[in-house]
Write a protein that binds this ligand. Structure first.
Ligand code: UN1
Length: 509
């Protein structure tokens, strides 16, 4: 059986429970958080069991991560970068089985599963170079013979809580950057995809033990109420990076803020494509198709709204309906498949409820929304719904392949509709009109963390800072200067004048 082959290549046991907690480099610890069986969303079959971590197990791993921070921060940053380089190389070697495991346990298609592993490799490569570029600024002091500068220090052992839809890459965005910054990492993965986390941890464990490091990259797979809550309340964890729903993000933010900890939040998106009359119609349709249907609509960057100029609406929508109806749906491990299952039966219910609600709001279902029982209860056809206006259901994020279509007549109106949702992650405009393009990218345009032109809302590269505004949470991860979120800033003033001179010209007697 293919599933077993993939699991075996990654050292996942199918005949007994897999330990869910690891102190990096030292291997698994015994856990007491109960057993969790992870299944394959395509066929509902059990894949393997995990012995989950309890709150006590969390404490043991967090102790190790805290202790190891004391020594890890003493390793020069470029030497830390070397460890990340070796981690990236190990992930390269394991790309095939890791990518397949993502398809198996999460349900995204093979190309996207492998793309996700590539995203881990890419962020490792970026972090290696970054390990020599954790730059601080120097400033001119207003005082004589004084020097001022800023430097960045490691922050501590940080918590990383990841969601089911990117079971490996989002950890890597955080882990690779945190590592070069001198932080240690405690990873709590989504309980829907613990095997993906265990498989990656095993690779990370091997690198740590080969290099003689321990407790740098650690794992605690367990429930949110035990492990997650313990992490949020843990004073020793100065930063929690959380990816998930706005509802959970609010709780994470409040709990961590109550102890003056920091968060990096990457929460919901309600990403739109604006399509102008001058857009290349094929480019727009293909880009929207990938962004709306890719990962079965389960990316935070998924294109959920289409705001199209009335002049081109009919043509674009009918092209899209045609493309939607030819999307190959089925086994995500089959290379000809373009869309796999939704992650749970609950997600299918949520999709159905959203479509019913949209219809009540005057929406017209143009295609999709069926459950393909022959394939299994989690397989659906992607839906397009024409809406008379942006009603409440459109303003909500439903984690399923639903594209709501609305029309506009001028760019200002398009931008108004675009920004009139609570979320602010990703956005795009298809246009060849310079004035429209610049307006969309100006401060009067898209209010999202990501704004693209002639390319879709999803599939961001790791080189840019990733994250969004409003209910998306304001966090930034991955490239650019997002590393600053993983360090503490210190402003230093050195007086080499031999006397005292106060700032602001104060004379103190
Ligand atoms: C997510 O869905 O949580 O931009 C992350 C993208 C991917 C990452 C998505 N690189 O679609």
């Amino acid at each position: 059986m293919r599933a077993n082959e993939i699991l075996e290549k990654l050292g996942i046991h199918t005949d007994r429970s897999n330990p869910g907690a690891f102190v990096g480099g030292k291997g698994p610890i015994k856990t007491g958080g109960g057993e969790l069986v992870s299944g394959n969303p395509s066929d509902g079959e059990d894949l393997a069991a995990v012995a989950q971590a309890s709150s006590d197990d969390y404490a043991k791993v967090a102790d190790a991560a805290y202790d190891s921070f004391r020594s890890w921060r003493m390793v020069p940053a470029p030497v830390r970068g070397e460890a990340v380089r070796l981690l990236g190389n190990a992930l390269r070697e394991m790309k095939e089985p890791l990518g397949d495991l993502i398809s198996l346990e999460m349900g995204k298609i093979r190309a996207e599963g492998h793309g996700e592993v590539q995203e881990m490799i890419d962020i490792c490569d970026l972090a290696v170079g970054m390990s020599r570029q954790l730059y601080g600024k120097s400033m001119h002091s207003e005082r004589h013979r004084h020097r001022m500068y800023e430097q960045w220090h490691p922050l501590g052992s940080i918590g990383v809580i990841t969601s089911f839809n990117f079971p490996m890459a989002v950890w890597a965005w955080n882990a690779a950057i945190a590592m070069v910054c001198g932080d240690t990492v405690i990873w709590k993965p989504s309980s829907r995809v613990p095997l993906c986390a265990i498989a990656v941890q095993k690779v990370a464990d091997r690198i740590q033990s080969e290099l003689g490091y321990s407790g740098v990259l650690n794992l605690v797979a367990g429930s949110g109420s035990m492990v997650g809550q313990s992490m949020l309340e843990d004073e020793r964890v100065p930063l929690v990076s959380f990816t998930g729903s706005c509802r959970m993000g609010r709780r994470v933010s409040e709990t961590v803020a109550a102890r003056f900890g920091r968060t990096i939040l990457e929460l919901g998106g309600n990403n739109a494509a604006v399509v102008a009359p001058s857009a290349d119609p094929e480019l727009a349709a293909d880009s929207i198709l990938f962004a709306a249907v890719g990962t079965a609509g389960q990316r935070c960057t998924t294109n959920r709204r289409l705001i199209v100029h009335s002049e081109v609406a009919e043509e674009l929508v009918s092209t899209l309906v045609g493309k939607y109806e030819s999307v190959a749906i089925g086994d995500p491990l089959d290379d000809s498949t373009l869309m796999g299952p939704l992650v749970t039966v609950d997600a299918v219910e949520e999709m159905k409820n959203a479509l019913d609600w949209a219809k009540k709001d005057g929406g017209e279902l143009l295609t999709g929304g069926e459950v393909l029982e022959d394939l299994g209860p989690r397989f659906v056809t992607p839906a397009i719904v024409r809406m008379p206006e942006q009603t409440e259901i459109v303003r909500r994020e439903t984690f399923a392949p639903i594209l709501y279509v609305m029309e506009y007549s001028n760019i200002e109106e398009a931008i108004r509709i675009h920004n009139d949702v609570p979320q602010g992650l990703s956005s795009c405009l298809f246009s060849r009109d310079l004035i429209e393009v610049e307006t969309f990218l100006s401060h009067m345009g898209s209010d999202c963390g990501i704004a693209n032109v002639n390319t879709g809302t999803s599939g961001a590269e790791i080189g840019g800072a990733f994250g969004g505004e409003k209910e998306t949470g304001g966090g930034r991860e991955s490239g650019s200067d997002a590393w600053k979120g993983y360090m503490r800033r210190q402003t230093c003033t050195i007086n080499f004048s031999g006397g005292m001179e106060l700032a602001q010209g104060i004379d103190f007697g």
